[in-house]
Design a protein around this ligand. Structure first.
Ligand code: FAD
Length: 466
């Protein structure tokens, strides 16, 4: 057992918290979305929360932790869904939220500290330069930019820009290593893959450089259809209209919108499926004309309501906020993360609707993937048993719809990130004692791990780029 009183005294001058209730609170994320992870991770708790304000302080913390052999789990807003920021082996929870300054804004890019809240970053970018991040998670109001990079994948804006996996969507990261004398590395281009979506297992991000897009007063829109597949066909056709600028396109099946989007209920129709959208203001006229052609009903548009007070942003109905809204009212739901590869993504969605009916309720996110429009999905699952959940996953995979399993806490089993020998060699170099977020990388713990298991990964291993 480490001597935490000694560690505290060595960290003098840096904010340290050891109140058990507060440490427990900072040892949690949204793992409870999964009944499987809830059972596995409920008792996970750290020993100390340390909140550095500068890169120098991060280096000091890592040096002390290394000397004492204490694990360090970095943490941003704690909105991850798979226990990413939960300290499986206890130790220090490194809260980066106090490193939250913008360092420089340039045409097309921003340099900032890791712990800035994404919506705050976007607000300042818009005020100061008329720009915004290319895309953000639906948790923009609570998640940090580095937490997104280390734990997320894509989100609102991915219909135009793709995801974090795409070369050019992160420009540069400064990363501190976990060694006796921590080093500061500057990573760019392919090397960013070593750290993006790696759950903070191989370095602490202390500075971020991200590309930007022009900012707009995006209009929130909800379009209704009596049949979910009509909503899906509309969304697919719309995303192929090159002239209409969109930031978000999410078809969501009944009964979810009317039952669980409580603040929007006055505008919604019982039994209808919807498409939740964000449309650039100058695209609204052609957009409305296209909706009419496709026989949809515009049920809500934020530029026409008297006041948006108390009404959440459209993006807070989408991505994993859809799941959150359903779970708040019916805790028996869980969810999956599905890919419906193009070009026959619409047919694949139709097949899943046919097979599962109301047991797996459709929620799609249209995105650009390797240059083509396709959809991923976060369907809601009426949960019964772990065995049935596994069967639902298998049926999807048998029908050509890969699953990124949100009921696993390791990188490899989650299936978004492929670890390989290069990733592992990088970890050996940056974290030789294996103290950064231990337990999250199977390849580290199991030297016989088979990297070539043939799974489909969202963030491919670095060997793919050699
Ligand atoms: P945390 O949860 O605190 O951390 C995430 C991971 O990053 C952890 O492994 C942590 O150890 C690591 N980490 C944090 N900071 C650092 C650092 N400075 N250096 C190294 N590692 C670090 N995800 C999406 O991709 N798109 C979505 O649209 C989306 N929607 C969501 C909606 C809801 C309601 C919820 C609950 C989750 C959603 N997520 C989504 C997942 C999650 O919100 C995102 O991954 C989010 O960006 C994480 O940011 P965070 O600051 O909360 O990170």
């Amino acid at each position: 057992m480490a001597d935490y009183q000694q560690i505290k005294s060595e960290l003098e001058g840096i904010a340290v918290e050891d109140n058990p209730a507060l440490v427990k609170q900072k040892s949690r994320d949204f793992y409870w979305y999964s009944p499987i992870l809830k059972a596995q991770l409920d008792n996970v708790v750290g020993d100390l929360v340390v909140s550095p304000t500068t890169e120098e302080e991060v280096i000091r913390v890592l040096k002390v932790a290394y000397a004492h052999g204490v694990p360090v789990t970095p943490r941003g807003g704690g909105t991850g869904n798979y226990g990413q920021a939960m300290p499986l082996s206890g130790g220090i929870v490194l809260n980066l939220m106090n490193m939250n300054k913008i360092k420089a804004i340039h045409p097309g890019r921003v340099v900032c500290e890791p712990g800035i809240i994404i919506s705050q970053l976007d607000k300042e970018l818009k005020e100061k330069s008329g720009q915004e991040l290319r895309f953000h998670p639906s948790t923009a109001q609570t998640a940090t930019v580095a937490g997104f990079i280390a734990g997320g994948s894509g989100g609102v804006g991915s219909i135009t820009w793709g995801g974090l996996r795409d070369l050019g969507n992160i420009l540069r990261l400064r990363v501190v290593t976990m060694e006796a004398e921590p080093r500061v590395l500057e990573l760019s281009a392919w090397d960013l893959q070593k750290v993006s979506h790696a759950y903070g297992t191989n370095g602490i991000i202390t500075e971020v450089e991200m590309p930007l897009a022009p900012a707009y007063d995006w209009v929130d829109v909800i379009v209704g259809y009596d049949d979910f597949m009509d909503a899906v066909r509309f969304a697919d056709a719309l995303t192929h209209r090159n002239g209409i600028l969109l930031k978000e396109v999410a078809p969501i099946a009944a009964p979810v919108p009317y039952e669980y989007f409580t603040r929007h209920k006055p505008w919604l129709k019982e039994g209808q499926s919807v498409v939740v959208l964000m449309v650039a203001p100058h695209s609204m006229e052609p957009f409305a004309a296209y909706v009419e052609k496709m026989k949809g009903e515009i049920r809500f548009r934020s530029d026409k309501v008297e006041s948006m007070k108390g009404i959440p942003h459209a993006y807070e109905l989408a991505w994993n906020h859809t799941t959150l809204r359903a779970l708040k009212i019916d805790p028996n739901f869980t969810y999956l993360q599905v890919q419906y590869p193009s070009p026959d993504h619409v047919a694949k969605v139709g097949k899943m609707v046919e097979i599962f009916g109301d047991e797996v309720i459709g929620h799609l996110e249209f995105i650009k993937f390797d240059g083509a429009i396709q959809c991923s999905g976060l369907p809601l699952v009426r949960y019964t048993t772990p065995e049935r959940l596994e069967e639902i996953i298998r049926i999807h995979e048998d029908n050509g719809c890969p699953i990124f399993n949100p009921h696993r806490y390791t990188l490899e089993e989650g299936g978004m990130k492929q670890t390989d020998t290069i990733q592992l060699a990088f970890k050996k170099e940056t974290d030789p004692k294996g103290l950064l977020n231990p337990g999250k990388m199977i390849a580290w713990d199991n030297p016989d791990f088979d990297f070539t298991a043939g799974k489909n990964y969202l963030f491919p291993g670095l060997q793919a780029f050699q």
